[in-house]
Design a protein. Sequence first.
Length: 187
Amino acid sequence: MSGLLERFDVRLDERELRILLGIIGSEPTTAYKVAVDNRMHFSYVYKKLWSFEQEGLVAYFCEPGSGRKLYYVLPKGVLVLMAYEALSPKMAADKLRDRWNLKDFSDDEILELAHIFLNNYRPGTPVNDSVMSAYVLYTRHLAGELNARNRALLNKFFRRAFEALIGLIGEECLQKCGQDIASRDYI
């Protein structure tokens, strides 16, 4: 575990873990609610949430109408909680499935993918973006850094990321390339 945490370059004490777990347990949530639920000073929670944002562990959106910041945990935050063994496998799988938009992946597939990320993480790896994460894993696979045991799972993940990328480019491109994407093996 310590090797993983060194690579993430994130050190969390018990109070910081409680903040992250408080967010993930009731997200989206306000910093005020996290402070009240954990009996912490508001200024401490706000300061920690700012540092978590800088580290890529959490993000927020502003509630329409009121402008309140509603926080949620990013995939890197979920992976850090997994590295600390502070999160149940079911909750980790559900959160990562939602964040990476992998609705048709089973819990076991999501957890295996998370372990691939945890074992191959290097500083700067964009784990909060599934398309960029797939690109990084794909280049590592081409370089021979990933073993072939996970071929089917990685192939499915690469296909999903490529579909998402094509979707960003445009619907017309997706229609033209759709059959090729669905039938191609990426590994």
